[in-house]
Structures are given as C-alpha cells and as structure tokens.
Ligand binder design. Structure first.
Ligand SMILES: NC(=O)c1ccc[n+]([C@@H]2O[C@H](COP(=O)([O-])OP(=O)(O)OC[C@H]3O[C@@H](n4cnc5c(N)ncnc54)[C@H](OP(=O)(O)O)[C@@H]3O)[C@@H](O)[C@H]2O)c1
Length: 279
C-alpha cells in the first residue's frame, strides 16, 4: 500500500525536504509520496487532525511549529523530550509519536571531520531552537559546550537544561574571547548571514585546528564561514545537518538504512538549480 509523508511549516515553499525524500523513495523503490503543506500557526490543530484522518504515516515539522505541535501528540521520544521540540512525527497504531533528529543529524554531519567528541570544546554562537538541539546532542557525546548569545539569559537557560541532563556547559556574551584559541568545534547557529550580512565579530586569531560550521546552507558560504576559511580552519555549511536529519527521519519512519548518497545528491542538485535560476 502506498504511504504518505509530508513536511508542514510556514512558510514552506523553499523546503528541500520533498526533493530529498522523493529521491530516497526512487533510489530504493519505496512506494511512498512526500507532500509539502503550508500550515499557518492558527490552523496547526486541524492540520494534525487532517493528516491523521487522511492516513499519513508521518510528517516532518519545521518553523514555526516545532514546539507548538507537542500538545497534539501522544508520546515523545527521549530526544524530542530533551530538546523540547519535534521535527518528525510518526503514526504508529494510531499513536502520534514526536521525535527530534536535528541534534543527531548535526552530530553525524561533523563526526568524520572532528574525529572524536569526548572532552573537546564546542562553542555555539546563538541559543535559539537549532542551537538547543545541537548543544544537547554535543553534550551527550561528551563535549564541553560553551554557548554565546546576544540575549545572555537564553544561553544561561540552555546551559541549565544541559547541566540537568548531566552535561558540561557554560554561557557567555556573544563576543570573541579566550575560547578562540582553544575551540575544537565552532558552530554558528544564528540567522545572521542568511542575507549576506557579516557576523557581529571577527574570528581572527582562531585556532587553525578548529572545525567551523555555519548551519546556514543557502548561501553555501556565509561571510562568517568565509572568514574562518581564510584563517586556515576546516569549514562546513549546514547542508550535512539538513541531509542527516532527513536520513534519521527516514529511518525512524521506514526502518532500515536510508539511501544517503541519493538523498544528498538530490539536495545538491536542487540547490544548484535554484542558484542558476537566480541568474
Ligand atoms: N542546516 C539545517 O538543517 C538547519 C536547521 C535548523 C535551522 N537552521 C538555520 O539556523 C538558523 C537559526 O534557526 P533557529 O531555528 O535556531 O532560529 P531561532 O530559534 O529564531 O534563533 C535565532 C538565533 O539567532 C540569534 N540572532 C538573530 N539575529 C541576530 C543578530 N542580528 N545578532 C546576533 N544574534 C542574532 C538569536 O539571538 P537572540 O536570542 O539574542 O535573539 C537566536 O540565538 C537559521 O538561519 C536557520 O535557517 C539550519
């Protein structure tokens, strides 16, 4: 029987999830369709009921619904509970199960380059939704996490959550300090750079050993990432995180191993098409 999946968010027209999941179905001959629905916040409860009534097997959740969807679900996996946010829902025997693959997706996207997590220092710029999932997942891997945010109280609140989970974390102001020379993994999680803006501070003097990630993937190289590269650091954008959160969502829904290469290729092709269309 054909299965149906979807992504819901608002706005949603630029989501790359449909292209990625459809390529995966084609690669493995899975009899499924992946839809994309623009759901305004006021319509979220009806949208959830509607997806269930229509027999959807699961769906991805993106901004601004990742937290607001929780009251409409039956259970949460430990990952979703810890993050306080859901990016994947599975319908199993009528039960709506909320899961979160953002954090593990990020971890998977950096593990080859980082070569081990335990005891290393991660500095996260930003303390929004994305930062929370990433920070918790890195702390779970045994990294020391230092979180810097414009609104310091948000970084402090996130540190408390991590410490409650048994992780090691500290908070600080969004400024370049002593950590620049010690950082193993620097992750830019704010929305600064989405529209070509430069970052509020320079990373000049950063350790050349550091792996620097900007979770923005479009543009493929933000001004922040460009500067880190000029400083001699290895850099990654957010495409790997997007890919692996999708890969883990696939495996949560369908079991087995997702076709990572086909899904990644589809993402790259689609981004290239979009870039060419803008010229
Ligand atoms: N690659 C992926 O798969 C992936 C997944 C999720 C998100 N993302 C990207 O991650 C970014 C953040 O998403 P989110 O969901 O975490 O958003 P969010 O919850 O709204 O958080 C936004 C963060 O950006 C900070 N910020 C915004 N404008 C700033 C400025 N001018 N100066 C300094 N800090 C500023 C905010 O600081 P304050 O708290 O001080 O306001 C906050 O820490 C977006 O660009 C999104 O596209 C990528």
């Amino acid at each position: 029987m054909e299965k149906h999946y979807a992504v819901i968010g608002h706005p949603i027209e630029h989501s790359l999830s449909p292209v990625m999941h459809k390529a995966g179905y084609e690669a493995l001959g899975v009899n499924a369709k992946y839809h994309r629905f623009d759901v305004e916040p006021r319509h979220l409860p009806e949208a959830v009921e509607g997806l269930c009534a229509l027999g959807f097997s699961g769906w991805n959740v993106t901004l601004p619904h990742k937290e607001h969807i929780i009251p409409f679900l039956n259970t949460l996996t430990p990952q979703a509970k810890r993050a306080g946010a859901v990016n994947t829902v599975k319908i199993q025997e009528g039960q709506r199960i909320g899961h979160n693959t953002d954090g593990v997706g990020f971890v998977r996207s950096v593990e080859k380059e980082l070569n081990g997590f335990k005891g290393k220092l991660a500095v996260l710029l930003g303390a929004g939704g994305a930062s929370k999932g990433i920070a918790l997942a890195l702390a779970e891997q045994g990294m020391k996490v230092h979180i810097l945010n414009r609104k310091l109280e948000k970084a402090e609140a996130l540190v408390e959550v991590i410490q409650r989970e048994g992780g090691t974390a500290t908070a600080g102001a969004l400024a370049p300090e002593g950590w620049l020379e010690e950082v193993d993994l620097l992750v830019q999680t704010t929305s600064v750079g989405l529209h070509g803006e430069s970052f509020p501070f320079s990373v000049q003097g950063i350790s050349e050993q550091a792996l620097v990630v900007d979770i923005i993937f479009n543009p493929s190289e933000t001004a922040f990432l460009h500067e880190a590269k000029q400083q001699g650091c290895r850099t990654l954008n957010g495409l790997g995180m997007l890919l692996y959160q999708g890969v883990y969502a696939w495996e949560f829904w369908l079991g087995g191993q997702a076709p990572v290469e086909a899904m990644g290729q589809a993402l790259q092709d689609q981004l290239l098409r979009r870039m060419l269309n803008t010229f």
